[in-house]
Design a protein around this ligand. Sequence first.
Ligand code: PEP
Ligand code: MG
Length: 320
Amino acid sequence: DRAAALAQAAEHCVTADGVRIEAFANLGSVEDAVVAMANGAEGSGLLRTEFLFLERDTAPDAAEQAALYGNIAATLEGRPLIVRLLDVGGDKPASYLPIAPEENPALGLRGIRVALAMPDILEAQLRGILSVQPVGQCRIMVPMVASVDEITAVRAVVDRLRVEMDITERVEVGIMVETPAAAVTSATLAAHADFLSIGTNDLTQYALAMDRGNPAVAGGVDGLHPAVLQLIAHTTDGAKRHGRWVGVCGGLASDRLAVPLLIGLGITELSASPRFVPELKALVRRLDTAACHRLALRALAASSPREVRAMAREFCQELA
Ligand code: PEP
Ligand code: MG
């Protein structure tokens, strides 16, 4: 019932040895936010805003976006809401976005590249986000970052709008780590980003050069491939140098075998499917971070995702 759900929500998620891990939920609608709250989510680490832009003839204006983000923020009752900037590309066409058909949409105009090519779309979205009260509950997250220039370009627009809108509060701007370039240069990017959140779905696709939607290679697309784990380890190392936190908002955050490994690699925020949050919190509370770290070191040296999964399964079976 609602009282029990709220009591669970109020309880922060901490490992057995006392390390705080934020248990967040991924959202794509107001309905998802209701489900996330009922399941004890401590906030949202990823609001996919594409749902507002697809299947319509014109782009939503700032007021329409403000109303929707405000509704979701209110549903979360003050908890953090990380709003990802529009992440459409050649594979998710919107008639009013003049993106020419591409031979290779995964490597084309997508994510932040679209927004920077269409400044009106970016500005309307940022105005919508900045209009939500209280300012600061919404944080901004930039998708598909490959270089520092993309962060500084977004930050420049945010700062201009803050002046225009008389906003004195600082607004956090973080990035998604979804390209191997971002993982490899995380120390450089972390100097300019308030936080980093790893999109393991795309990071796996790009690291392994395997289309995440192609059934012919589906068996090989596993985020627990040691190559992906190396990129995650590199990301947390780089971010630490600038004191930034690193989360995961891709599918690995909802994978029970991946959770101990991610925590062992220094991840402190997990944004999962709303319905996975109760299990996620229960699991985190049984974990010891030093044991997770030892498991992660073994996984980094493993030779296949299968071997990593076997290690993780054994680790989970031995949990108290
Ligand atoms: C990801 O790539 O892991 C991610 C969270 O973004 P999406 O799945 O929306 O591409
Ligand atoms: Mg992605």
